[in-house]
Design a protein around this ligand. Structure first.
Ligand SMILES: [Cu+2]
Length: 117
């Protein structure tokens, strides 16, 4: 009888620890490990116009319009120069802050990159 109980408790212990090992799922890692983001330039706008990324992220702008556009920081921190259709340009954000940008030929085109820890 005691032998039977011992076997049963061992089986339970194995099942219990087995389940425990499968449960930890950290959903926050996707954001934590994000190091790349993409913004489309299309129809005279940045899509999405506003993004939030983790520090160290490289943001790539992909130009889809036949008219050339720029990605130019309001504060002079970065400037892509004119980007032709189907070309892209990227910038790596290594400082926390809010970075507003616009397009030199079309100043009404505006975008923002928010960089967080
Ligand atoms: Cu433009």
């Amino acid at each position: 009888m005691y032998k039977y109980l011992a076997v049963v408790s061992i089986i339970f212990a194995v099942i219990f620890t087995g389940c425990q090992m499968e449960t930890p799922v950290d959903t926050s890692t996707n954001f934590e490990e994000q190091t790349e983001a993409t913004v489309l330039i299309e129809d005279f706008s940045y899509k999405p116009a506003s993004i939030t990324v983790k520090i160290g992220t490289t943001v790539t702008w992909v130009q889809k319009d036949s008219v050339r556009h720029t990605v130019t920081s309001n504060d002079g921190i970065f400037d892509s120069g004119l980007i032709s259709k189907e070309f892209s340009w990227n910038y790596t954000f290594n400082e926390v802050g809010v970075f507003d940008y616009y397009c030199i030929p079309h100043p009404y085109m505006k975008g923002t990159v928010e960089v967080v820890e």
